[in-house]
Design a protein around this ligand. Structure first.
Ligand SMILES: Nc1nc2c(ncn2[C@@H]2O[C@H](COP(=O)(O)OP(=O)(O)OP(=O)(O)O)[C@@H](O)[C@H]2O)c(=O)[nH]1
Ligand SMILES: [Mg+2]
Length: 250
């Protein structure tokens, strides 16, 4: 495992203690990584809260690792680590553990939506909620991905409702939370890969965490790197594991 959190060039100042940590798993993203991170950094600077952006990488075979390293060396607010085999859930989980902010934002490099950040942080700072989920399904949402992927989201969430008693409308994608309120939930999660994000939300729900869903507009900067149909067998296998983890092991 390589960790570049401490690998700053001597001239860059350490980031001040962040109030907001943005965790973004990245995998084979050389085409959009630089533009997405610099753009997000500009928008967060304008937003005004001290922040950090944590790039949680594993398994990339393209130029993602040197690019992420260079970004973390150039910008004090950008941190980066690399954890071996491709595994979205493992990267996100580790990124959450490394986050230092009072609030954590889980994002994807092809989304980086400041509009969601603003609305979610408004809810977290003014409302009784500790976890805000950006739902692609809720009334008012606009899912501009291809229809087949929207249908897959509906099917997947239906499966979670049926097998695990999930009460919400979406588990994947944008979410924000008060870090201390969710750490024990993250520690309790047993399943990684694609299904980690669902386990996090379902365990939070079952554990009585105050959750609020808000509608999001999803417009990706590029199609996903892994074909939807290739993901299906693994996702189903991991939902099986999630069923055992939650219904049997508890
Ligand atoms: N570290 C890591 N990041 C990953 C992996 N697979 C995907 N990602 C990142 O996860 C984010 C979402 O990936 P996409 O390829 O857009 O997948 P998606 O189908 O839009 O994602 P969902 O609909 O949320 O499941 C991007 O930031 C990717 O770089 C992985 O194996 N490891
Ligand atoms: Mg995507």
């Amino acid at each position: 495992m390589s960790d570049h959190d401490s690998g700053r060039s001597p001239e860059s100042e350490p980031a001040p203690h962040p109030r907001l940590s943005v965790v973004i798993p990245v995998y084979n993203e050389e085409k959009i990584l630089h533009a997405a991170v610099t753009d997000l950094r500009d928008q967060l600077t304008e937003f005004g809260w001290p922040f950090e952006i944590i790039l949680a990488e594993n398994g990339s075979r393209d130029g993602t690792v040197p690019l992420a390293r260079a970004l973390s060396e150039k910008y004090p607010e950008v941190r980066f680590f690399s954890l071996g085999e491709p595994n979205y859930g493992k990267a996100l989980r580790e990124g959450i553990f490394r986050a230092r902010g009072e609030f954590v934002m889980c994002d994807e490099i092809d989304l980086c939506q400041m509009d969601f950040y603003r609305r979610a942080l408004d809810v977290l700072t003014s409302d009784e909620s500790d976890l805000v989920i950006g739902s692609k399904v809720l009334e008012g949402a606009s899912d501009e991905r291809p229809m087949v992927r929207h249908a897959a989201t509906l099917f997947f969430n239906g499966l979670l409702r049926l097998t695990l008693g999930f009460k919400g409308t979406d588990t994947h994608g944008l979410k924000a939370f008060r870090r201390t309120a969710l750490l024990d939930v993250v520690r309790a999660c047993l399943v990684d890969k694609d299904v980690f994000a669902s386990e996090l939300v379902i365990r939070a729900e079952r554990g009585g965490v105050r959750i609020r869903e808000i509608p999001v507009r999803i417009l990706e900067k590029r199609p996903p790197s892994i074909n939807l149909f290739k993901r299906v067998p693994n996702v189903l296998k991991n939902v099986g594991k999630l069923f055992v983890a939650i219904r049997i092991k508890g």
